[in-house]
Structures are given as structure tokens and as C-alpha cells.
Write a protein that binds this ligand. Structure first.
Ligand SMILES: [Zn+2]
Ligand SMILES: [Zn+2]
Ligand SMILES: [Zn+2]
Length: 205
């Protein structure tokens, strides 16, 4: 069966890669009606802003202003031109807005970064101050400690020495009594006053 090619564009095989030729064909191609697959588009219905075929014009668009392409083409081209221009303007204004937003964002980010740096600096300075204060306070405390503890240590040392001396004296006195030497007993006060140098002490201990 030979396929029905009456409505088809028949492209010679040698023109297959000829872009210009193909574009020329596409420019004159007539689309089919979406309602009536057998029919090609014939009119533009200005009432519905729709492309319609002959059947459509008779049935669904009766009484509508259905125009031939040549009657409508110029004004549509102008509209399209205007739409392209205004969309171009819209693109430019959106680009401007984007540039503006970008620079605003950058400046906010810079300000934030600045503020963060300042906060860090203040923190560091605060820490430095606290360290200095802490060291000063420690030095002060150290001084107070030395001042107050040195006399106490002296007193403590004295007390220790005195206690030891007293214990020694007690031991020596008991030994003098036990030994029963009358001269030692008579001279006990002298012996105890210079306990370490006393030869009697050495003998007794
Ligand atoms: Zn075909
Ligand atoms: Zn139709
Ligand atoms: Zn219509």
C-alpha cells in the first residue's frame, strides 16, 4: 500500500542537510486544528484569541471575528515586537534589581563581618584586661600573705623553740633530781639557763 502523502511536505533527499531549505519549508508549514485533525488552521479568531480551522469557524466560532492571517499578521507582529521589547526592559530591570540586591547583600555581609571583628576585638581586650587584673590581684594577695605570714611564722618558730626548750628543761631537771648530785641540784638554775653549752647537760642527756 502506498502511504497517503498528499498533505505532507516531501523533501528531496539531497536537501536533507540543507538547513536554509528546511527552514524555508518550516516557515510555510500550516499546523493542523487540535479539534479537527483532518483540517488545517485557516483563521485567527480575535474574539477567542485562538487559531481555528474552517470547521471551527462555522461551528464553534459562529459570529466571532475570524480573520485571514494577512488581515491580522501586521498587528500581531507589532504586539509581539512590543512584548519582546517590554520583556527586554523587564529583563534589564530585573538585572538591575539583582545587581542592587547583590551589592546590598555584599555591604550587609561586610558590615556583619566588621561587627563580628569588633566583637572579637572587644572580647580579646576584655580577656586581656581580666588577665591583667587577675595577675595584679594575685600579686596583691601574695604581698598580703608574705606580710601577714612572716610575723606569724616567726611567732610559730619561737613557740616551737620555746616548747622544745621547755621539754628539754623538764627532762634535764628530772635527771638532776634523779642523779642526786648536790652541786647540780644547787646550781640547777644556771644549768638550765644555758642548756646546750652546759657540760653537765651533755653528761646528763
Ligand atoms: Zn508522507
Ligand atoms: Zn477546527
Ligand atoms: Zn471564537
Amino acid at each position: 500500500m502506498i502511504p497517503d502523502c498528499r498533505d505532507h511536505n516531501v523533501i528531496p533527499i539531497d536537501k536533507f542537510s540543507d538547513e536554509k531549505y528546511l527552514k524555508g519549508i518550516l516557515a510555510f508549514e500550516v499546523p493542523r486544528c487540535s479539534e479537527h485533525q483532518q483540517e488545517k488552521i485557516r483563521f485567527y479568531c480575535t474574539t477567542c484569541s485562538k487559531l481555528v480551522c474552517r470547521d471551527c469557524a462555522i461551528v464553534g466560532h459562529r459570529g466571532h471575528e475570524c480573520l485571514e492571517p494577512k488581515e491580522r499578521l501586521n498587528i500581531t507582529k507589532q504586539n509581539l515586537e512590543r512584548a519582546i521589547q517590554s520583556s527586554g526592559k523587564a529583563v534589564i530591570s530585573v538585572q538591575r534589581m539583582r545587581t542592587h540586591v547583590n551589592s546590598a547583600t555584599t555591604s550587609i555581609e561586610k558590615q556583619i563581618a566588621n561587627s563580628e571583628q569588633k566583637v572579637d576585638q572587644q572580647y580579646d581586650q576584655g580577656i586581656e584586661r581580666l588577665k591583667t587584673d587577675r595577675n595584679k590581684l594575685k600579686e596583691e594577695l601574695e604581698k598580703i600573705k608574705t606580710k601577714q605570714c612572716t610575723p606569724l611564722k616567726r611567732i610559730k618558730d619561737k613557740a616551737t623553740n620555746w616548747t622544745e626548750a621547755m621539754e628539754n628543761a623538764q627532762v634535764v631537771a628530772k635527771k638532776i633530781m634523779t642523779a642526786g648530785n648536790q652541786w647540780d641540784i644547787l646550781g640547777w638554775r644556771m644549768i638550765l639557763q644555758t642548756p646546750l653549752k652546759s657540760s653537765v647537760m651533755m653528761r646528763l642527756l
